[in-house]
Design a protein around this ligand. Sequence first.
Ligand SMILES: Cc1ncc(COP(=O)(O)O)c(C=O)c1O
Length: 456
Amino acid sequence: MSNTRGLNRRTFLRSAGMTALAGAVGTGASAAEEAATARSAEAADGMFDFDTPYDRVGTDCIKWDSQIEKFGGENIEVGMGIADMDFRAAPCITKALEDRCRHENWGYMKKPTAYIDAIVAWNKKRYGVDIDPDAVTLAAGVHPALIAALNTFSPPGSKVLLTTPTYNGFYSDLFWSKTVAADSPMKLVNGRYAIDFEDLESRIDHDTHTLILCNPQNPTGNCWSAEDLTRLGELCLERRVIVLSDEIHCDFVMKGQTFTPFSSLPNKDIVNNSLTFKASSKTFSLAAMKSAWFYSTNPDLLERVRANHRADINTLGVVANQAALTDGEAWLDQLLPYIDANHTLVESYMKEKMPLVSYTKAQGTYLAWLDVSALVDKIGAKETAMRETNAQDSSLSPVTAEHVVEKWFVEHAKVQLNAGHSYGTGGEGHMRMNLGTSRKSIQKALDNMAAALQRV
Ligand SMILES: Cc1ncc(COP(=O)(O)O)c(C=O)c1O
């Protein structure tokens, strides 16, 4: 795939069978022309363009290039997997990066105070939370920060509580900290996930020291209410379980919904039993810029994690994130209704045209959690998974019905979705679909999927 590096993408697109979408994406312009149009991402009327599909193929991105590598370019028309977005970055980010690149020295940086101030100001303005700037600890991502916290509070072999289905990356954090997942499956109440508090409590024992909370929740899209968070916080406080609140998706809240930061709860004892992990990398799609942060109102907890955490920062990550938080609000405020409408479209389209798939609109995130259990039955995915597992080397992880569905959608609809089993207990019979993309790509994916489903 080395010929796909850099911006020499046109040839690659052709050979990868991507010309249909690419036609909608670009005009065959040179890299220089493409760079020039980047400057006009914000039109004179102040409106940003989320509608024109932005071509990412050939940039070594996981969302497209890894799927093309895995399944073949001719089988991928829409990549809807890993949680980043397909949009052109907010122009203020590109501008800040260009400005910084003009200063051609990349030596070590000290703690960037203006970035910390931007983080504090964003959280105050958007969520009313007062964060002590001295408590903000920069990290190279939420993962390394969470791993440091797990290494601090949860000895190897001890249990970490998760309400599942939950973000699959948490299982890798548990792997790196040599801890063990205690999955507490959530209940479905009127089509919406709810924490099963009795079950959660029953899983706490002398060897359970942390809970990873995901709010808004990946993959179900739940925004947890203050009541839920308080009940969870009380339980954890009483049973001496520290809450690690991952709020990386907090800026994506659909109309009429509310995001409640854990640290904004009125009971300060509950808040002091927690650390919060955040980033603007989901908000502005800066995932590979590797910048995140964590904080706590409890100096003791914070210092203990800091002692286990090596905080490296990188120049471009700081520049991009700081620009986003300082000047990117207008971009985000236009993006949110766009994502909201993507969710609405997917929900209504599936209801109308895909009887084998069901979806209840998420409250937050740009992720759609699809129930595909009827499709699993219809295509005999469990039986296929069993057959394939028996036929393969016994050292490999078993093939699941969701793997079979993932492959089925790729082969029949050229759409890649993430397999639900990886999100823990309760992920069976589900797929995760990333809606952080242009309406055109969403429409293409839906039409392809509906046509494929009609043929079964
Ligand atoms: C809930 C959640 N936490 C953390 C991450 C990854 O964070 P980072 O890239 O900052 O390590 C993701 C990425 O999808 C996520 O969804």
